[in-house]
Design a binder for this molecule. Structure first.
Ligand code: SF4
Length: 380
């Protein structure tokens, strides 16, 4: 399977979802890394009581998120030598689940299972959601694609609020084990100053318990609109920052993200990104989008503008997941995603933005296609 075929297959798997038979799931939660729903649920169906893989590896090292869909034509089956991926009855390729980190079985000094605090995304990204709560749900103004609240209620698999000290403990355990190369931190939207103070404390805890001076990783905070906010995150010690703009087209942004659009305008985001590039440096800032909810034309305009500012782009492939207001809808075709992301990759390549080294590489993000498209151009 050549790299462009792998990219197309990954797009198919993200759009159509995948199934896995009983034997193929043996070892999930013991030998192989299972889903723990650190923030959102990306499957097309809930699966309480059944352990499923978080993500898996295609030939060539491509990581793809596992999105359960009982109606998908794709199925992972156990074979004599391991696991094979099929489209209906046609064998496509070998696949592999990822190894389960040892720290998933450990507890913090406070007695909490570490896996309920931090989880590994892909092969090497340690993820912390420091608050599984978003104030927009109570106001019925949540983003239409978001299932943060229902994921928490359905699975209750992670602590909704994590102690700062325990986040540091988990980071130390994961780094010592060698399963984390960088960290990714985020939380739902809440009070700006409280969030800045919390992130500062978390960084201090990680530094104290790992001995690291700068934290290799990315913070995706509630939108930072002022220079003071950007400086505060930078001074906290994290090396990169991202802004979840979600949708480039302004009218669609207001319609799809009513709460967030009421608090932070399209221009506020751009101002934040501009300032962050000055403070964090080119390539260390990300504009984060949900890809598949707006026309190709406006999405690519966004990619062009963001890279013009010196930032990188992270476009997640939309999942019409349970509990979100768009549950049961359909994403664009895999062909649409492939064609659009190849154009986006050309824009990023031409802009010559340094690739972000702190997160969002092809080994972390099983739900983005852009890294895979950039790998075709030799950028990793
Ligand atoms: S801001 Fe939107 S995407 Fe983020 S947690 Fe709140 S509702 Fe979900």
């Amino acid at each position: 399977m050549n790299p462009i075929e792998t990219l197309k297959l990954k797009a198919d798997l993200l759009v159509e979802g995948v199934r896995a038979g009983g034997e193929a799931l043996e070892g999930l939660g013991t030998i192989h890394k299972e889903q723990n729903h650190g923030l959102f649920g990306w499957d097309f169906e809930d699966h309480v009581g059944t352990k499923l893989p978080d993500d898996f590896v295609l030939p060539g090292g491509t990581i793809v998120q596992f999105r359960k869909n009982s109606r998908s034509p794709f199925k992972v089956r156990r074979c004599t030598n391991g696991l094979d991926l099929y489209r209906l009855e046609e064998r496509l390729c070998e696949v592999n689940w990822l190894p389960r980190p040892e720290f998933y079985d450990k507890k913090t000094l406070g007695g909490n299972p570490m896996v309920r605090i931090g989880q590994i995304g892909g092969e090497d990204c340690l993820f912390f959601c420091y608050q599984n709560h978003c104030s927009y749900f109570a106001k019925k103004q949540q983003c239409l694609f978001c299932n943060l609240a229902s994921t928490s209620d359905t699975y209750d698999s992670v602590l909704r609020k994590k102690e700062v000290r325990e986040i540091g403990e988990v980071a130390s355990a994961a780094l010592e084990e060698g399963v984390a190369r960088h960290v990714l931190l985020t939380g739902g939207c809440f009070n700006r100053q409280r969030e800045i103070d919390l992130v500062r404390d978390i960084m201090a805890s990680i530094s104290a318990q790992t001995g690291l001076e700068g934290i290799p990783g990315t913070i995706l905070p509630s939108p930072a609109v002022g220079l003071d906010d950007v400086l505060a995150y930078n001074e906290a010690g994290i090396r990169a920052i991202g802004f979840s703009m979600e949708i480039w087209d302004e009218a669609l942004y207001a319609a799809i993200c009513p709460g967030k659009a009421g608090a932070v305008s399209h221009d506020d985001f751009l101002q934040g990104i501009r300032m962050a590039v000055e403070v964090f440096g080119e390539g260390n800032v990300y504009g984060v989008f949900v890809m598949g909810l707006e026309p190709r034309k406006t999405f690519l305009e966004g990619v062009r503008e963001i890279t013009f500012l010196g930032a990188n782009v992270v476009p997640f492939v939309w999942s019409p997941n349970p509990g979100s207001l768009l549950e049961g809808h359909r994403a664009p075709t895999a062909e649409w995603y492939v064609e659009t992301v190849l154009e986006a990759a050309e824009i990023v390549y031409a802009a010559d933005i340094p690739p972000g080294t702190e997160n969002h590489c092809y080994r972390c993000d099983g739900n983005s296609l852009l890294h895979d498209a950039l790998r075709l151009r030799g950028i990793e």
